[in-house]
Design a protein around this ligand. Sequence first.
Ligand code: ZN
Length: 303
Amino acid sequence: MNSIEKAELLYGYDKYVPFRCSDELCAIMDELLHSNIGVGNLDLSLRDISSQQVIQLGKAFLVNRFDLHNVRIIPEQSEKNIIKLKNLNFNFAVLCRLFSKRVSPFAIPIDYKFDDYYSGGVVLYDIGEDINALKKMKLYYQKIILSRRNTIINASSYVHEIVHTQVDGKGSVLDSKNSEVLSIFMELLFLYDLDSNNFLSYIGLINRVAYMLHCYLIVKENSSLKSYEELKNNYYYSKYLVSTLKAINIFYKYINSNSLIRNEIDSSIQLVFNGQMSIDDFLSLFDINIEEGLKVVKEIHFC
Ligand SMILES: [Zn+2]
């Protein structure tokens, strides 16, 4: 089983359809590449905050808007016992269920270890490659990784990762290329909410666009798809390329809408969190797609 097949089973994605860059997409991305987007020239002056504030700010933003559901974690102290019993031929899926704990997503342990100020990630407990187990099992969280630089951007990464815990799982994302949309959108909205001058969301946006361009170059380099390596790169990086475009599309739609539309978007996101609507349906409901995303990105003035 390769890592794409494993992700399809674990997350319940549809079979992966490789991404091909259209001429229009290439033209717009190439233009953006020439404009040298990056935060290098900005005076960031990002104030240090405490790690407690990182968590509090991210949590307050999310719980004020949504009802979040609990998630399953495997406590670190249980891992040894699971392995011991598994080696005695106990059923692994049953062991994971037995030793797992249902906790608030804010109780997932956090490891502050990235050196740059904007990276983040969620680590799942590895449940191996047994097809039936993968199909049946829920996601078991081990930890969230954030930057050791505690600024407001780290809090936006925390929002991003917590949104993953509410979305990832069987049936909520059909096309894996959409799996980052809500996390990126919420991360931008969090920054926008904190700062009416838009400076913070602008930094967030530039970080995202810069990473999107990096992903675009890799997807383009890996477009022949002759080897599994190329397919894997296409799979991994097109997710950020496609999701960023759609997230920027929904972000601008949201901030330019009246409260009625905003409430509608929020309640649809709640349905996605509840597992009652797929992200794919959410996106078509609000006419969010790559073409619209490209139009929006073209209009943004990156100075
Ligand atoms: Zn993500």
